[in-house]
Design a protein. Structure first.
Length: 135
């Protein structure tokens, strides 16, 4: 009997599985938001007077501040992730930079010649550590 998880060690199968998962997620989001906007449209049509009355009690200043906070926080997270990716390299990236095989990079990390942190099964190497290794 074969191990079902062993099938996902094949990069092609893993990629196709991830792609199917992403498309499934996107399809469910389209369905959800279609239902939400349709419901909004129906209620807006059926209770137009209530929507007009409710719009008079909205605080646009609070809405503006809330929008600015959300956009700023989203930008900050995206910027931080981009910065983190810029200063860190995986073993394959380090191998490309150094012009050696990934196995050589892992051997250097295991020997302590190249500085890095092991998180789970993957090594993280800073660009500064790569520069120091090249000296």
């Amino acid at each position: 009997m074969s191990d079902p998880a062993a099938e996902h060690h094949d990069p092609v199968v893993a990629f196709e599985s991830a792609k199917l998962g992403l498309w499934t997620f996107l399809a469910t989001e389209v369905l959800l938001f279609t239902a939400l906007f349709a419901g909004y449209g129906v209620y807006r049509y059926l209770y137009a007077d209530a929507f007009v009355a409710a719009s008079k009690s909205l605080h646009t200043t609070i809405g503006l501040v809330n929008t600015i906070v959300l956009i700023t926080s989203s930008f900050t997270v995206a910027w931080g992730l981009d910065h983190d990716a810029a200063i860190r390299a995986l073993t394959l990236d380090a191998a490309k930079i150094l012009g050696v095989s990934e196995a050589d990079v892992i051997a250097s990390l295991d020997a302590g010649d190249l500085k890095g942190k092991k998180i789970g099964t993957q090594w993280r190497i800073t660009r500064a550590a790569l520069a120091e290794f090249l000296k």
